[in-house]
Design a binder for this molecule. Structure first.
Ligand code: ATP
Length: 374
C-alpha cells in the first residue's frame, strides 16, 4: 500500500490533480497498485490566511510518505517568488530532490516539427548545484567594499568562499559561482546510469560546455566516464549549443540525457515545446533514496482557473512518472497509452483543439484505463 501525499495547491492545480486522482483510482481498481492518499493543504489560500508556507509539521508529514503528487502553486494576490521560494524550492531542498526528471515525448500532431518521427528523450537535470546554487554577491567601492564572502550550506557540504579585489580597484562587480562537488556529480551520474539501464538505453548523453567551462564540466566528464564504464554503458558528450540544434534536427537519437542545472533549465523548456506545449509535460523531483515529488510542468494559470479549461494531461503524465518511480512500469505505460488514445480521438481540452472540460478528459482517460482490465 503506497502512502501518497496529495498537494493540489493553487489555481488549475486543483482541477488537474482531481483529474489525475480519478485516473490513479482507476489504475488501483484494475491492478496491484494500491494507495492511500492524504490531502495536504499547502498553497496560497493557507498562506494568505495564516502566513504559513511549508511548516515543520508539513515536512514531518511529507517525510512519512512514499511520494508526493503536486498540482501547482502561484497566486496573483501573492508577491511573485514568495510561494515558489517558500514552498517549492524549500521542498526540493529539504527532501534533497537532486534530480529533475523531464520526459520529452513525440506527442504528434502537437509536435512542431515537419518530420514525423518518434522520440522519447528523458532529461535528467541536476537540481542542486552548478550556477543555481545561490553562491553570489557584489563587491566594489559602491557595493560594500572590495571584499566579498560567500557561504553555501548544502546537504553534502558547508562552503566558505572569499573574494577580494585589489586595493586600487575602483570598479563594482557582481558574481555568481557555478560549483560542482564530486559527491553530487557522482550520485547524479550513478542515477543517470541506473535510469538508462532501467529504460533499456545503451548510452547516456551528457550535455555540457566543457570546451569553455573546462574545470567543472571537465570533472563531470571524468566522473561520467567512470560511472558509465562501471555500468557497461556508452557515453556520448554533447555541447549544449549543439544539443539545442540536435533536439530539433534528430531528437530520435537521444534517450537518457544528463544535464547540469542551468543548461537543463533551458533545454527542458525547449523540450516542453518540442513535445507539444505546457499541457503535455510531467516532471519529477527525485530523491532516489528519499521522498520524490511529481507535478505537471505548468503553473497555476490563474487566467483559466476554475473554468474547467485546464488540460489535465501534464498532471496525468506526472502520475505516470509517479507509478514508474514507485515500481509500477506497466501501469505507467497504461497511462501513456491512454493519453495517446485521447489525442488520437480528439478527446481533449480546447488548448489541444478539443471540446472537453478538464474533468471529462480525466474521466475519459480513467475509463480507458478501466477498459484495460484483463
Ligand atoms: P504560475 O505563476 O503559477 O507559473 P502562470 O500563468 O504564470 O502561472 P503557467 O501556468 O505555467 O504560468 O502557464 C502560462 C499560460 O499557459 C497560462 O496562463 C495558460 O493560459 C496556459 N496553460 C498553462 N497550463 C495549461 C494547461 N494545463 N491547460 C491549458 N492551458 C494552460
Amino acid at each position: 500500500m503506497k502512502q501518497l501525499a496529495i498537494i493540489p495547491g493553487d489555481g488549475i492545480g486543483k482541477e488537474v490533480i482531481a483529474a489525475g486522482m480519478e485516473v490513479l483510482d482507476a489504475v488501483s481498481e484494475i491492478s496491484s497498485f494500491q494507495f492511500e492518499p492524504e490531502y495536504v493543504n499547502i498553497g496560497s489560500d493557507r498562506y494568505l490566511e495564516t502566513g504559513e508556507l511549508l511548516t515543520d509539521e508539513d515536512i514531518k508529514l511529507l517525510k512519512s510518505k512514499d511520494a508526493i503528487y503536486f498540482g501547482a502553486i502561484g497566486d496573483p494576490r501573492v508577491k511573485p517568488g514568495v510561494l515558489e521560494q517558500g514552498i517549492l524550492l524549500k521542498m526540493r531542498a529539504v527532501f534533497d530532490q537532486y534530480i529533475n526528471l523531464r520526459p520529452v515525448t513525440s506527442w504528434f500532431p502537437l509536435v512542431p516539427l515537419k518530420r514525423e518521427v518518434d522520440f522519447d528523450i528523458h532529461f535528467l537535470r541536476e537540481n542542486t548545484e552548478d550556477f543555481y546554487m545561490g553562491a553570489n554577491g557584489f563587491f566594489g567601492p559602491n557595493n560594500g567594499g572590495n571584499k566579498a564572502h560567500v557561504h553555501v550550506k548544502r546537504e553534502l557540504y558547508d562552503l566558505d568562499i572569499d573574494l577580494e579585489a585589489k586595493a586600487s580597484n575602483d570598479d563594482d562587480f557582481a558574481f555568481e559561482i557555478g560549483l560542482l562537488s564530486k559527491k553530487a556529480v557522482t550520485r547524479f551520474a550513478d542515477y543517470a546510469c541506473r535510469y538508462a539501464l532501467a529504460r533499456g538505453d545503451k548510452k547516456v548523453t551528457l550535455v555540457d560546455k566543457a570546451n569553455v567551462i573546462t574545470t567543472n564540466y571537465g570533472m563531470q566528464r571524468q566522473i561520467f566516464q567512470e560511472k558509465t564504464k562501471e555500468y557497461g554503458l556508452d557515453l556520448e558528450f554533447m555541447f549544449v549549443d549543439a544539443m539545442a540544434m540536435a533536439m530539433i534536427v534528430r531528437p530520435e537519437t537521444f534517450g537518457t540525457v544528463a544535464v547540469p542545472n542551468l543548461f537543463g533549465d533551458i533545454l527542458t523548456d525547449l523540450g516542453a515545446q518540442l513535445q507539444g506545449g505546457l499541457g503535455m509535460g510531467g516532471s519529477g523531483n527525485i530523491n532516489p533514496e528519499g521522498v520524490s515529488m511529481f507535478e505537471p510542468i505548468h503553473g497555476s494559470a490563474p487566467d483559466i482557473a476554475g473554468q474547467g479549461k485546464a488540460n489535465p494531461i501534464a498532471a496525468i503524465l506526472a502520475a505516470q512518472m509517479l507509478l514508474e518511480n514507485q515500481g509500477f512500469p506497466e501501469e505507467g505505460r497504461m497511462l501513456h497509452d491512454a493519453v495517446r488514445k485521447s489525442l488520437d480521438t480528439n478527446m481533449t481540452t480546447p488548448d489541444l483543439g478539443g471540446k472537453l472540460k478538464t474533468a471529462e478528459v480525466g474521466k475519459h482517460i480513467a475509463d480507458y484505463v478501466r477498459s484495460q482490465k484483463n
